[in-house]
Design a protein around this ligand. Structure first.
Ligand code: CA
Ligand code: CA
Length: 493
């Protein structure tokens, strides 16, 4: 018979305490918090993280200095397509969500997929979303993705009020003939400081995120902050415009006058069918437009910086993973194009960072995809993947740890049914639904000026890259929103 003496009672007790401590340490290590930061429509050449740029983004640089920074991360070139893909872990070619007007939630096959915030919520996380996390047209459908009382989505009304009422009158810029949403103006310099009546929503939502990080939580958390800027309208306060005097602004290096001449029909069509660039130039607005984008980018950088500072000053600093990315890129005249919606570098390459406590900062220059975020977060937090669907991205944890430098397969970017770009460490191969092709050699042609697809000596390169094209290309799901910025049949005729 086992006699419980005072001695072995204390030994047993000690062993039990040790076990509990180990379990707690284990649990704490696996139950990382997540801070998920998203900015909207960021040009890949207009930020100053590890590159020369006229636009200063010191807060992104500060984040990059403590993170694994991806200089060649890619997303799909439209808000909804990109966000639905990286938040669900599924490719557009799998879900049939190819444009902003297609809501995945209304689809019977994929409408119920468990997205990143839902996954964390299901695991007992406090899940908060402030600003534009999901696409702004569809955030009503995402109420259930976040914990009750912790969801304040993007407000289109707030943006409209801002643009109509507050800009300094003679500062308002509009492109005659449109698009109308490029209209922007300068706010007086007391904006986005301390007066609660004079804060735009990105400031208000950053304040909510900061307040969240300054509060005590008895659950692990997933906190998403989505900044609407630098998306148009580039309406920000005077001080941001003042940093970029018009006389110092230069047109982007990547612009080449005859750039469209070597493009196949769909490429030329998507580049300039809206005619925006010609109107910008005809009206002498190119530098004014760049000034607006620069000012709005610097404002967004500051908001990200404020949230990051709140994390770094909080007790959560050493137990919180930070993910940062932009949902898509932006053309500022390159290939005669403004905005996104193309398969080229300007619209598809985005700044991206992942910071994991106690992991060495580094810069990764191999091609990665925003699709990789979901499986990476699952691995880092020790969670199982979502119920009901397989994630299609690649777990980047071995890259974060410095064990490997490459995800092992090319990145595939999609816009519209059967229009894909395949990107590896050297080339971008574009294939449109009608079979037209483009090929760019990034080692020798970073601006993608020289389409090599008609040069037969590259046939083998292109054939190899074709092997990475999706084998499933689901028909586009029905539109529930506006049909805008889509490829039309005339693009291929
Ligand atoms: Ca966007
Ligand atoms: Ca060209």
């Amino acid at each position: 018979m086992f006699l419980v003496t005072e001695y072995n009672r204390s030994v047993l007790l000690g062993a039990a305490i040790l076990l509990i401590c180990q379990l707690t340490a284990e649990t704490v290590r696996e139950r990382y918090n997540v801070l998920f930061l998203i900015i909207d429509d960021a040009s890949p050449v207009h930020h100053s993280v590890f590159q020369e740029s006229p636009v200063l983004t010191p807060n992104l640089q500060r984040l990059a200095d403590s993170s694994v920074w991806f200089s060649r991360a890619y997303t799909h070139p439209a808000c909804n397509v990109s966000r639905m893909s990286f938040l669900s872990g599924l490719r557009p070619s799998t879900t049939g969500v190819y444009y902003n007007g297609q809501s995945m939630r209304s689809d019977e096959r994929y409408g119920g997929v468990e997205t990143i915030p839902e996954r964390f919520k299901a695991e007992g996380y406090l899940t908060a979303g402030y600003g534009k996390v999901f696409h702004n047209g569809y955030h009503d459908l995402e109420v259930g993705s976040f914990s009750e009382g912790y969801f304040v989505p993007y407000s289109s009304e707030s943006e409209k009020q801002l643009v109509r009422q507050y800009p300094i009158e003679d500062s308002v810029i509009a492109i005659p003939g449109g698009p109308g949403n490029y209209t922007f103006g300068v706010l007086s310099d007391d904006w986005d400081r301390d007066d609660p009546e004079k804060m735009q929503q990105d400031t208000v939502n950053a304040n909510l995120a900061i307040e969240f990080l300054e509060s005590e939580h008895d659950q692990p958390f997933f906190l998403a902050y989505g900044s609407w800027r630098p998306h148009v309208h580039w309406t920000v306060a005077q001080r941001y415009f003042d940093r970029y005097p018009l006389e110092d602004i230069k047109i982007p290096e990547g612009f080449k006058g005859d750039d469209l001449e070597d493009l196949p029909k769909p490429g030329r069509w998507i580049a300039n069918q809206r005619g925006t660039h010609n109107r910008v130039v005809r009206n002498g607005l190119w530098k004014r437009m760049l000034q607006g984008l620069y000012a709005a980018t610097t404002y967004a950088d500051e908001q990200i910086g404020r949230v990051l500072t709140a994390l770094d000053n909080s007790p959560y600093k050493d137990n919180t993973i930070v993910v940062f990315l932009a949902d898509n890129g932006w053309h500022t005249g390159q290939k005669y194009h403004w905005s996104k919606y193309t398969l080229w570098d300007q619209a598809t390459r985005v700044p991206m960072a992942i910071r994991v406590p106690h992991m060495e900062p580094q810069v990764v220059n191999s091609a990665v995809s925003s699709l990789d975020i979901y499986p990476t977060l699952m691995e880092l937090t020790g969670m199982d993947g979502p119920k009901g669907h397989e994630l299609e991205g690649t777990d980047l944890t071995p890259i974060l740890k410095g064990e490997i430098s490459d995800r092992g397969r090319p990145v595939v970017i999609t816009y519209g049914w059967q229009n894909h770009a395949v990107i590896n460490d050297r080339f971008r191969y574009i294939r449109y639904q009608d079979g037209n092709e483009e090929l760019y050699d990034h080692w020798n042609d970073p601006h993608e000026w020289h389409n090599l697809a008609t040069n037969e000596s590259y046939r083998l390169v292109m054939d190899n890259m074709m092997n990475a094209l999706p084998t499933i290309n689901r028909e586009g799901i029905p539109f529930t929103g506006r049909i805008v910025n889509t490829f039309l049949p005339e693009a291929f005729e």
